[in-house]
Write a protein that binds this ligand. Structure first.
Ligand SMILES: Cc1cc2nc3c(=O)[nH]c(=O)nc-3n(C[C@H](O)[C@H](O)[C@H](O)COP(=O)(O)OP(=O)(O)OC[C@H]3O[C@@H](n4cnc5c(N)ncnc54)[C@H](O)[C@@H]3O)c2cc1C
Length: 317
């Protein structure tokens, strides 16, 4: 353990040997050696510089709604950017809207509500996507043919040495479910360019999207959202899995949702191992049936030493 080493540069709260299940929407995962909660960019910068010095690996986490953590847990420090680093403010007012600065730990739902209340349109598509603003930027989260990059103007990032810079979205390499940055780069803040609109009209669009989500996706059950990326052409991952007859198929307590075939759900007490086995079963059956190899959208954490084959899967760019 690195208890003594970390005390030289970190005096905030540390959860030692804490279960990651409480920090992911899948509700699975073994312990992280340590979990910490920086409250701002200075604390975060000192932390990652210090960890670098004592050679301890770290992993960034938002709300854990797109990660699957190994049953064996995670080596090193899990850094959670949460509510303490979640300010929202108008950075610049325009005749037709505003540029809004949002810190990475802000909940995406809280941001959508805030924009509706302030009569600023553009993020309605994100209603119902769980997670933090940082996670949404990194995953380029999207729904209903819109994604984060469509409304993001600038992103403040921090590199592995704790230095910050501001990047224009158009100069970054956003693509389907990725922001295109290298592993180890942290999203600190997003600047969203939003348009003025009537708050009630914005709320109406949010309600509409929320209803569609309720109709089409499982709710009140633990999952990581869509498990696989949609192939770049042809049928969606959900259609391919459905056509392979896999809805309702289980490994232990992990099940392909009968509501939406691209959701693997934890019906209660599933292990990460069961979810991975089900993932592999789905990949093999879909490949056999349609010739398409489905790549996971869900990011794996702590899996590399357990299953070397997973190194190539869902690797963090
Ligand atoms: C029920 C359900 C529905 C969902 N629906 C959708 C949907 O419609 N569309 C969609 O796109 N996604 C959807 N998702 C997936 C997920 O909610 C999104 O990908 C979300 O944006 C992830 O945010 P997070 O804070 O939970 O990220 P996490 O799961 O905590 O992290 C995801 C990845 O981003 C990295 N990361 C997180 N924050 C940062 C940061 N600040 N800097 C650098 N790296 C970071 C992590 O290391 C990890 O690799 C859904 C998930 C669930 C459970």
């Amino acid at each position: 353990m690195f208890n003594d080493g970390i005390a030289d540069f970190w005096n905030g709260e540390v959860h030692w040997n804490a279960s990651m299940a409480a920090y992911t929407t899948f509700k699975v995962g073994g312990p992280a050696e340590a979990i910490v909660f920086p409250r701002g960019r200075n604390e975060l910068s000192l932390l990652i510089q210090g960890l670098r010095k004592i050679n301890v690996p770290w992993h960034l986490l938002g709300r854990g709604s797109n990660v699957l953590v190994a049953d064996q847990g995670v080596k090193g420090v899990v850094i959670v950017l949460g509510r303490d680093y979640g300010a929202i403010e108008v950075d610049h007012q325009y005749a037709d809207g505003a540029l809004v600065r949002v810190e990475a730990g802000c909940g995406l739902g809280r941001l959508v509500n805030w924009t509706a209340r302030h009569g600023l349109s553009g993020l309605e598509f994100a209603v119902g996507i769980p997670g933090s603003v940082g996670g949404a930027i990194v995953m380029n989260a999207g729904a209903w043919q819109k994604e984060m990059k469509d409304v993001l103007a600038l992103v403040t990032v921090m590199n592995g040495r704790g230095c910050c810079s501001v990047k224009k979205t158009e100069e970054m390499h956003f693509a389907y479910r990725t922001w295109g940055e290298k592993k180890g780069i942290i999203a600190l803040e997003g600047y969203f360019r939003l348009q003025s609109d009537d708050p009630e009209t914005i709320r109406g669009r949010c309600v509409h999207y929320q209803e569609l989500r309720k109709e089409r996706q499982p709710h009140m059950v633990a999952s990581g959202g869509s498990f696989f990326k949609n192939p770049c052409k042809g049928k969606s991952a959900g259609q391919l899995i459905d056509e392979a007859g896999l809805k309702g198929v289980s490994v232990g307590a992990a099940m392909v949702s009968p509501v939406h075939a691209n959701f693997i759900v934890n019906t209660g007490g599933a292990t990460a191992g069961e979810i991975v086995l089900l993932m592999e079963l789905v990949q093999a059956k879909v490949k056999e049936q349609s010739g398409v190899w489905l790549e996971p959208e869900v990011r794996m954490l702590g899996m590399e030493c357990v299953m070397p084959s997973l190194r190539s899967l869902a690797v963090e760019e």
